[in-house]
Design a protein around this ligand. Sequence first.
Ligand code: ADP
Length: 325
Amino acid sequence: MMAEFDAFSDIISTVAGPRASGLKAADGAVSLMLDVSGMNVTERNEIEAAMRSALLAAGAASVRIMLTAEKITPRLIAIASGKGGVGKSTLSTNLAVAMARAGRAVGVVDADIYGPSQVRLMGADGSKPEAAESRMFPIKGAGNVPFLSMAQLVNPGQAIAWRGPMAGNALSQLVDAHWGNVRDIIVDMPPGTGDIQLSMIQKHKPIGAVIISTPQDLALIDAMRAISFFDTAKVPIIGLVENMAGYLCPHCGEMSDPFGSGGAEAAAVELGIPFLGRIPLDINIRLASDAGKPPALGDGPISDAYAAIAKRVTEWIDKPKANAA
Ligand code: ADP
């Protein structure tokens, strides 16, 4: 009997390593637990079938496998702006891609109900998430970054009429998905600081917020509103990113500042919040983004700029927090 137990024990560790535990074997009736956290449905079915057939082949009369999943609750990092069109979605994608390139298990949730754009930015047009046990599986986007978008929940335009609680519930569907081993989720927030945004962060409190702004004074006033919004909601500000700062003319090579430059950095200093970096206004960012190829995947100054911002954000995430719950 002991030899039989040892034989089954060898098999389960060969098939599933540390994922297998709790082996019991009595008169050929074998039971065990299998940790399937981080696996998708196919992987789960495969390992379960492999385990069953290996045990039956070794003489088990019956096999009972209990699947368990140690649920990792990913941390949320909000990417926010006072108004639309400042490059918030583009930053969300490229920040996640840059973090993934640096070896982080990161995902993206597109919570921008007014203009969900991550499906295009992630190069995943036409993708539809699968679901199991009424939870969705994220889609693998550019750079292998998993993501889910409000666009996959609703028809375009439909969400405009939502009220805060509906937006909060829809966000739950995206956040409570099968995220597997993802530790950090970059949340592309709806622009602005209203009831919708408040419901969302009350329901799913981010560990921190990155605010993005263009360098003009008016945009910065909106950014400051976003900063005080997160302050009031007691969500720490990770820092401020300046986008579309300085324009490199593709024809003459001259650098100009259509919206000024450095305004966000000055504002960050004045407000006592970290300045995370600056992304220039560059037609290639728009072209690559529209083609579903995030520039952070490439090489050169633009991808370096995103990588530098990603490094600062990652350092902030990893830093022990005085007020950690
Ligand atoms: P938001 O999410 O704030 O509404 P988007 O990320 O959708 O903004 O960006 C708005 C538009 O500006 C998009 O067409 C995008 O490709 C473009 N864009 C964003 N950042 C830059 C940049 N640094 N240079 C050039 N175009 C940019």
